[in-house]
Design a protein around this ligand. Structure first.
Ligand SMILES: Nc1ncnc2c1ncn2[C@@H]1O[C@H](COP(=O)(O)OP(=O)(O)OP(=O)(O)O)[C@@H](O)[C@H]1O
Length: 285
């Protein structure tokens, strides 16, 4: 199955009076990488949660290709090929890397999560394990498969989260702050992995990220949220020069560095800096 189109159509999400999302609308073209950015509290995680069926929308529609997923349960959305990672790493710290990745396969089996350990026949288990090993190799974790997940360095944990989402064989991959907490080199490497996964696995990718170096270097298009509303949308070049975005979220661009040595590798200290401090409580949506 090929990479799907995602359509977010006037989606609204209210939490007892607070509009976390206010008629949010955008389209993600098949095979593209789409970033969602905005200040803290803008509604980015809420958006990812409605895309995955974790939060039921208050209004509007979400379509993956022609399939409306708006009111499907998270497991039904996942079964349609929507995989995701979470802002806070969710792995089983006492299990091995291999077992954590095998759990990522449960949605593809008839047995389901409860009986992951009792799965079907040995042949199917071997088939899943072979695929897990390929994915571990792809993300650079093949020599850590027997390690206990809780003992991994943070950079490997982020790769494990990413790999586990890939183990679902998603068509639409949703990443919540994939490089948060990583250093500049690790962030750049994970960004390159997202690009490689899109190319080799034929994925559509939606991700939330505060690291503007990564956003600007891997996103095809960017949607900017503020107070639950779309305030800008466009290519990285369009968004970084949009005065509304610059004043609401991005700092002013610096002068270009004439000594920049490798134009292919993004400067970890990208000239745009995102506001990541907590914002004052909103007064009106
Ligand atoms: N479960 C919830 N119950 C009530 N309010 C919520 C809930 N989840 C989010 N909110 C509120 O919805 C608004 C949007 O929050 P959300 O977490 O989506 O923002 P965000 O852009 O992801 O922020 P951050 O960058 O800090 O992760 C905030 O005002 C938040 O307090």
């Amino acid at each position: 199955m090929s990479a799907p189109r995602l359509a977010v159509d006037e989606v609204t999400l209210a939490f007892s009076g607070l509009l976390a999302l206010d008629k949010v609308a955008f389209t993600v073209e098949p095979g593209s990488i789409h970033a969602v950015i905005g200040p803290n509290g803008a509604g980015k995680s809420s958006l990812l949660n409605v895309l995955c069926g974790i939060y039921p929308v208050t209004g509007g529609r979400i379509l993956v290709d022609e399939q409306e997923v708006t009111r499907l349960r998270p497991d039904r959305v996942a079964a349609l090929g929507v995989g995701r990672t979470f802002q806070n790493i969710v792995v089983s710290p006492r299990e091995s890397v291999l077992d954590n990745l095998m759990v990522g396969r449960h949605g593809l089996t008839r047995a389901g999560l409860v009986s992951t350990a009792l799965w079907l026949g040995r042949r199917e288990q071997r088939r899943h394990e072979a695929r897990v090993r390929e994915i571990a190799e792809f993300v650079g974790l093949s020599d850590k498969l027997d390690s206990t997940a809780g003992r991994l360095p943070f950079g490997d944990l982020k790769r494990l989260e990413f790999a586990r989402a890939l183990c679902l064989e998603p068509r639409l991959l949703i990443l919540d702050e994939p490089v948060a907490g990583l250093n500049a080199t690790e962030s750049w490497e994970l960004g390159q992995l997202v690009l490689a996964a899109r190319a080799s696995l034929d994925l559509t990718v939606v991700f939330v990220e505060h690291d503007m170096g990564v956003v600007m270097s891997i996103a095809d298009r960017i949607t900017v949220l503020d107070f639950g509303r779309v305030v800008a949308e466009g290519t990285p070049a369009e968004v970084r020069s949009d005065p509304t975005v610059v004043s609401a979220y991005l700092g002013a661009p610096d002068e270009p560095d004439p000594d920049e040595s490798d134009p292919d590798e993004p400067d970890p200290d990208d000239s745009l800096t995102a506001e990541t401090e907590p914002r004052a409580e909103r007064t009106s949506p």
